[in-house]
Design a protein around this ligand. Sequence first.
Ligand code: IMP
Ligand code: MG
Length: 180
Amino acid sequence: MHNDIERILLTEEQIKEKVAELGKLLAEEYRDKNPVVVGVLKGVVIFYADMIRAMDIPCQMDFMCISSYSGTQTTGRTQIAKDLSCDINGRHVLILEDIFDTGNSLQFITNHLKNKGAASLKICTLLDKPERRKPGVTVKCDYTGFVIPNEFVVGYGLDFDEKYRNLPYIGILKPEAYQN
Ligand code: IMP
Ligand code: MG
């Protein structure tokens, strides 16, 4: 796996520091609110597991999974593969996402959750690739870990063809790795 990485963009240490920082901010924001923390599967799993421990306040875990992305290209069509398991009516909802790329996914998810009566709805993304944003995407992230250049990244949950999710850092793939 490591041989397919051109260069490390974010080290384990950098990610760890950022998660601690975001965790503190979010713990302040959601103290005594018992938020529903919604993870967007599957890319978020590693970030999610680290974040909820960094928050260190009572919270409820839930997950959504949408399908729209394969390989390095979005296929354009978005569907719900797994919806929330809990009722968010009257609840404070915090969405955790691995990366804010074109914005299609988060736009779709926030539209879907909008009419379910949440007391509040905020988004925290580990990575943001602003250069990739599609016109017409109006959703914004409330908390962002790192703004990154327009490169395809893997590791710390992010995949290419379901590979590399278990790399402990975030790296840029060598072109050979996705051209084969
Ligand atoms: P969107 O284009 O903002 O809808 O991005 C949706 C999803 O695409 C993200 O949640 C990731 O799972 C995936 N994605 C976007 N950019 C990358 C990348 O550079 N590497 C791996 N996955 C990515
Ligand atoms: Mg994702």
